[in-house]
Ligand binder design. Sequence first.
Ligand code: GLU
Length: 283
Amino acid sequence: MVVPTRPPPVTRFAPSPNGSLHLGHAWSAIVAHDLAAERGGRFLLRIEDIDGARSLADKPDEFRRDLEWLGLEWEEVPAQSTRLASYEDAARALLARGLLYRCTCTRREIEEAGALIGPEGPVYPGTCRHRPPDAARPAALRLDLARAIFEAGDVVWEDEVRGAQRADPRAFGDVVLVRKDAPASYHLATTLDDAADGVTLVTRGADLFTASHLHRLLQALLGLPVPRWHHHALLIDETGAKLAKRRGSPSLAMRREAGEDGRALATRLRAAQFPAGIALATA
Ligand code: GLU
């Protein structure tokens, strides 16, 4: 029997510079790094800085020092802020195919319309889908999801951890692909960049598993190459919540500046020896 062999994978760590990295990010970077290193592949760093005012200028350098401190080696690819033209081109093409529509609704209007709650908050009830855009108000571009699913047909994807999947992005509803304040949303930018960077194994936390259904749909619509995915288990705190910047988990920069040995920390994380109060969520 011939066992098919895969080329060495290209993985990535794609942090947004809107706050310091914490232990959960270290774990994510180590997993992505090691999956590439174990199989002779490449590990990329991409700074996801399309968030305008929320992107902090000093963070990319801090992130590089953090990764170095953990003993990781990477290749850095251009930051998202240098790729805006590619997002605009893709959005223009989708718009021309009737797959996007302008939406001028505010968050409050959407909430007041009694929207269901999806993976990213209220699911858009479709108010602007069939009305002429109000040129006087700023507009986002939303995906006409039903039309997109119809056009893409049946699409499948594979997660190394959870196996074969049939893309089902319906939980997102008519998701925003171009924000009012930025030339892309996370979903569009990341999907385009992973393709442009030749990422073949998209490695990230299990909290983004649902997003991959949508990204797979976007790949089908845009004719992009299809990677495999590896959604790793998340580090959680004693309350069961995932570690997050906003909950004030100690940052890697603070640990580094306090003189902690980053390589030793990475070794312990690899051995699943987590600091007190931290565990790996298996579900
Ligand atoms: N910039 C995203 C974040 O920091 C990356 C998510 C991903 O890996 O796709 O959460």
